[in-house]
Ligand binder design. Structure first.
Ligand code: NAP
Length: 278
């Protein structure tokens, strides 16, 4: 590091668990950039001041994680289409003193789903969850399939997402998720269920009945295969957990920061090494 070292990082609260520094610093080293990517634990009350400070300090950009993604949309001078649709920003780029807000979670879901398997344009997709990740997933799928079904434990949140997407989306009542899973081509799980322990949003019986489903993405990830991915693979559904999306959204953010292609394979190895050591 020297006086010309460029600064970027991730801001969240808490943020100590974030894999983003390992992923981005591996890419920066690979590309021999004189830059560093740090993690900043910032309280919600101090978020706007922090972003102003980073802008004043000449930082290249920031990734934004829980709980600041909505606040980030408020502090940016301009939003791209995805950030505007989702109503949340996970990447801020500072250019000539202006902050532009992006949502690379959308690109992350799109790329991950495509990597898992082919999807026909007349497909139907089920998104389980309508929080920040569920919104990004639903918008990503709305551009890829004919119809997006959204289910959320709190129905009002699913309805809000449906109405923002429009007529290609429909709400599935929470209790009908297992039945709906049997009628769709793509399933994206975007709730916090499965983050800890062995709980899965769909059990072996429901996955066994999901005969049409050719692609399943679980946004949750951990040191091992998630229970949902394990069961889906057991019944022959092509699946991946959230690490794949994490790397794709990070690669999209890197490209926004640096204006050049991301070394995706390097980033993937760094993520896997941190999430699943040994
Ligand atoms: P969020 O905005 O807080 O939303 C949480 C979602 O989980 C809501 O849909 C919530 O439903 C639902 N939920 C929580 N507990 C539940 C339960 N016991 N039963 C049923 N539904 C429950 O969080 P988020 O940012 O969307 O994150 C959601 C998940 O995606 C997390 O597991 C997170 O780690 C993962 N994620 C992964 C990536 C990646 O790159 N792989 C990126 C972002 C997020 P209600 O509305 O009813 O509360």
């Amino acid at each position: 590091m020297d006086a010309a070292t460029k600064l970027c990082g991730v801001v969240g609260h808490p943020v100590a668990h974030s894999l983003s520094p390992a992923i981005h610093n591996a890419a920066l080293r690979h590309d021999k950039r004189n830059a560093v990517y740090l993690a900043f634990d910032v309280l919600p009350d101090e978020f706007a001041t922090f972003v102003d400070g980073m802008r004043a300090a000449g930082a290249v950009g920031l990734n934004v994680t829980i709980p600041h993604k909505r606040a980030a949309a408020e502090v940016c001078d301009v939003l791209d289409e995805q950030a505007h649709q989702v109503g949340a920003v996970n990447t801020i780029v500072f250019t000539d003193g202006k902050a532009s807000g992006h949502n690379t979670d959308v690109a992350g879901v799109t790329a991950a789903v495509k990597e898992i398997g082919p999807i026909e344009p007349d497909a139907t997709a089920l998104v389980i969850g309508a929080g920040g990740a569920g919104r990004a997933a639903a918008w990503a799928l709305a551009a890829m399939v004919k119809e997006v079904w959204v289910a959320n434990r709190t129905a009002a949140r699913a309805e809000k997402l449906r109405s923002s997407i429009g007529r290609t989306a429909k709400v599935i009542p929470w209790r009908e998720v297992p039945t709906a899973a049997a009628s769709v081509d793509v399933i994206v799980h975007a709730t916090s269920v499965g983050l800890e322990g062995d709980e899965a949003i769909l059990g072996p019986y429901e996955l066994q009945k999901a005969k049409r489903c050719g692609v399943l993405l679980d946004l949750v990830y951990g040191p091992d295969e998630t229970p949902l991915v394990r069961e889906a693979r057991r019944v022959g559904i092509a699946s991946a957990d959230g690490l794949m999306m994490l790397v794709h959204q990070a690669a999209a953010a890197y490209e926004l920061f640096w204006g050049s292609p991301a070394p995706a394979a390097v980033m993937r190895r760094a993520a896997a090494g941190m999430a699943r050591p040994g």
